[in-house]
Design a protein around this ligand. Structure first.
Ligand code: NAD
Length: 363
């Protein structure tokens, strides 16, 4: 098959790209590297020498035409970590709006399937738990996270309009927290942040008292789910994620234990609108796709620790993907560049005072 993958330099996109190339598909990647890693693209090229792979460093929002025939268009191009979308709020909204429209137009013109990488964030700070696809969500349209949440909600609406009005074969994956090798060291999401901190012997920064819950899906499992959905006939959103739930504090202790680290926990103020709970119902994916995650947390964390440890040992800098400085992993010298919007954080029980401003929102 001939596939256009937008966001192929990113964490999930690069794993998805590798799987598609392994399966013998012809792949065109478009990525502007706003949050992706050039190293991910380099690895795809070197590990798949001779594969039919074409890479364009380009903003999807400016992609007006695509000459080659296509069977599928996969839209993963969006900042995804709270650190990233707070740093690039307008670009994030554009990724949900303009980029989605451009890619849908291409899919329509080619009669190709269209897969949208949506998110559990469309549920906001949910009043229903676990979250089923039928739940409409609880989102603050003007809160700090709205640039991402509302962009994805708009993208889902736009994709659904193309399905209804143009007959485009649209597939919508609502992805819950996913982790694995290849994430940026300064990504800001829970797993790479905790592992990097533990490996460096720094304090593990936990927002609030750490009782908020998240689920953690290993990236190989997610890729299997995305592909099962892509080639299925399933219409409407499908949750993809791990159905078990952990508190953030449990995860911090788990990482400390599995890295044999001497790190201690540092509690920081909870960011605005941080979801208190997050866990998917994956009954629909089980029933319609026969999909469920297979990798245990122990296996997934072990793979991820190995990758991050090797990159830290090789001296990989924890800087931004596009040359911008990182927001730090609790590193005081980076406070000045934390977006103002997340400095207005609410207090929570058992939380350090000034230190609470040090970190950033975390997915
Ligand atoms: P990522 O930031 O690692 O990857 C996103 C990629 O898209 C990057 O390579 C970035 O440079 C590229 N990009 C962004 N805007 C672009 C544009 N306008 N033009 C071209 N390229 C652009 O994020 P990820 O974790 O790999 O997430 C991939 C997709 O999955 C995103 O759409 C995200 O919203 C969704 N998702 C991910 C998770 C997760 O836990 N990883 C959870 C929910 C949803």
């Amino acid at each position: 098959m001939r596939i256009l993958l937008a966001g192929g330099a990113g964490f999930v996109g690069s794993h998805l790209g590798a799987r598609l190339l392994d399966q013998g598909h012809q792949l065109s990647i478009v990525d502007n590297l706003i949050t992706g890693r050039a190293a991910n693209l380099h690895a795809l090229e070197t590990n798949h020498a001779g594969a039919r792979l074409d890479i364009r460093i380009e903003d999807v929002c400016a992609l007006s035409r695509f000459d080659d025939p296509l069977d599928a268009v996969l839209h993963l191009a969006s900042p995804a970590s709270p650190v990233d979308y707070l740093r690039h709020p307008v670009e994030t909204l554009e990724a949900g709006a303009t980029a989605t429209r451009r890619l849908l137009e291409i899919a329509r013109a080619k009669s190709a399937r269209f897969l949208l990488a949506s998110t559990s964030e469309v549920y906001g700070d949910p009043l229903e738990h676990p979250q089923h696809e039928t739940y409409w969500g609880h989102v603050n349209p003007v809160g700090p996270r709205s640039v991402y949440d509302e962009a994805k909600r708009f993208a889902e609406a736009m994709a659904t309009a193309y399905a209804r009005h143009h007959g485009t074969a649209v597939r919508i994956a609502r992805i819950f927290n996913t982790y694995g090798p290849g994430m940026r060291l300064d990504d800001g999401r829970i797993v790479p942040t905790f592992i990097s901190q533990a490996l460096r012997g720094e304090s593990i920064t936990v927002f609030g008292n750490g009782s908020q819950t998240r689920s953690f899906c290993y990236v190989d499992d997610l890729v299997s789910g995305l592909l099962a959905l892509l080639w299925s006939d399933v219409e409407g959103p499908v949750n993809l994620g791990a159905p078990d739930e952990h508190t953030v504090l449990e995860m911090a202790h788990y990482v400390i234990q599995h890295t044999n680290s001497s790190s201690t926990i540092l509690h920081l103020r909870l960011p605005d609108d941080d979801p208190r709970v997050r866990r998917p119902s994956i009954e629909r994916a089980r029933l319609m796709l026969g999909w469920e995650p297979r990798t245990t947390l122990k296996q997934g964390i072990a793979h991820t620790v190995r990758d991050l440890a090797a990159r830290l040992a090789a001296g990989e800098p924890a800087n931004g993907s596009n040359g911008t400085p990182c927001h730090g992993n609790g590193d005081a010298k980076n406070h000045a560049i934390v977006p103002e919007v997340i400095l207005r954080s609410r207090s929570a029980d058992g939380v350090a005072g000034e230190a609470g401003r040090a970190d950033r929102a975390r997915g």
